[in-house]
Design a protein around this ligand. Sequence first.
Ligand SMILES: CC(=O)SCCNC(=O)CCNC(=O)[C@H](O)C(C)(C)COP(=O)(O)OP(=O)(O)OC[C@H]1O[C@@H](n2cnc3c(N)ncnc32)[C@H](O)[C@@H]1OP(=O)(O)O
Ligand SMILES: CC(C)C(=O)C(=O)O
Length: 514
Amino acid sequence: MSESEIKIFDTTLRDGEQSPGVSLNIEEKLEIAHQLANLDVDVIEAGFPIASEGDFEAVKQIAKEVQGPVIAGLARTTKGDIDRAWEALKYSDKPRIHTFIATSPVHMEYKLQKSPNEVLESVTEAVEYAKSYTDDVEFSAEDAFRSDKDFLCQVVEKAVAAGATTVNIPDTVGYATPAEFGGLIEYICNNVPNIEETIISVHCHNDLGLAVANSLAAIEKGAQQIECAVNGIGERAGNTALEEVVMALNTRCDYFDQTPEVTLDQIYKTSKLVSSLTGMSVQANKAIVGKNAFAHESGIHQDGVIKERTTYEIMDAKTIGLSENQIVLGKHSGRHAFKERLAELGYELEGDNLEKAFKRFKELADRKKSITDRDLEALVEDELKTIPQVYELMETQVTSGNEVLPTATLKLKFDEEVIIDSACCEGGPIDAVYETINRITGLGCELESYAIDAITSGKDALGEVTVKLNYNEELFIGRGVSIDVIEASAKAYLNAVNKILYKNEELIGDKEDN
Ligand SMILES: CC(=O)SCCNC(=O)CCNC(=O)[C@H](O)C(C)(C)COP(=O)(O)OP(=O)(O)OC[C@H]1O[C@@H](n2cnc3c(N)ncnc32)[C@H](O)[C@@H]1OP(=O)(O)O
Ligand SMILES: CC(C)C(=O)C(=O)O
């Protein structure tokens, strides 16, 4: 039986649910099944009906409600399992019984305690029995990759002769390498006389991180169905990740001449749903659906992507249902990305202003893990203050504690001069900073009010300090922003001092004369 397109058999609800720690209730399974139907997978393996009442009910409800894909249920080769599977599946208009038995020497001898001949017999019996319920029967040779090749070919031949419309070749323990696994599929194609009468499926586990590669290698050698799970969840290290295999086949359709008919823009939504209902979060650098999969942090990449997306992107984020890619501003970013993000926020910075703001951004990025838009706004607003920076803060150093008199030492720039001074104050470290500034400027202004706000959230949030200084009965407001509250406090005070000096220019001359 040859089919032109690759079938996607989703086992998120069966093998995916076998992930340690995951247990989905009926409502959650139904929600995922409906979303898998929106994704247009070909087959949904809804569960293993003999396993529990809950699994049985979930498969039954999915069979009743979910239209579009084939609904499959797993069964061992026993009549009891097959009867139970059919009881649940019979409500679907496209039911599939999926029966399996292990064929590797270690599984047959120790787990099943059956001889190869007994296994062969149960293959025929189970497939024929399942066929008495439905035309659509899948047979899996569990641990196929570690099975004797010629015995495996006999098993496959028997399953096809008994009526299996799909024969699945699992790498149950994720032991294969791509060339070997592709080789096994080729061997089966060349050595099973009735192989053309069935669809060859593969089911790879990810113990060595090779599940997707092995599935793709099998496709190259004649497999037509891939069994996979959303986000790659499943027993132990999981299954072939649906989103990875689908996007590999689509993105490299120049290489693989067949693609699955999945609705690609539902991929991200499905991944999110599965991770939230299973509680299995997706690692940031996970291909396709990880938080960083379409994010660029380094300046050279950002510059390239801004100029032409395909310089560093082989897929468009929109294809999988994300609104866009992400330019993440951080310590590795460059001027192009910085300027572009500021423009999006409504700030058109050029020349000196851009250089100064960029320098402060880099300083901030060295100290803060992620730079938010609000951080940038605060930074630019702080930078764009039109008041000349007569006094500029260069360094702060503060000692404080319950047994120590708070002391501040500041290094300020005044014109081209560097001034260092320090003061102590019982009122606390910020008072000590302000006392030091007063000593340096000699202005004798008074602090009327002090307020601090966290601009952004998280441990490394930016703090914005606002002060009001009274100078000769006139109030001057100053603002300062920094990740460090002492620094933000010093900047706010100096901002107000610079405003006083701007309004009273003669004071600058007096200071220079001293
Ligand atoms: C590779 C895979 O992912 S296969 C699917 C694995 N998934 C699961 O096992 C999840 C659901 N499983 C369950 O709920 C339970 O294991 C059940 C209900 C299926 C069986 O429970 P129990 O009857 O208590 O048996 P238990 O799980 O301890 O042992 C499995 C039995 O099935 C036998 N068995 C295993 N596979 C098969 C098979 N494909 N065909 C026939 N018998 C099989 C084992 O030899 C063992 O038989 P024994 O009791 O005669 O020694
Ligand atoms: C039942 C089969 C398909 C399986 O899950 C495996 O072999 O991993």
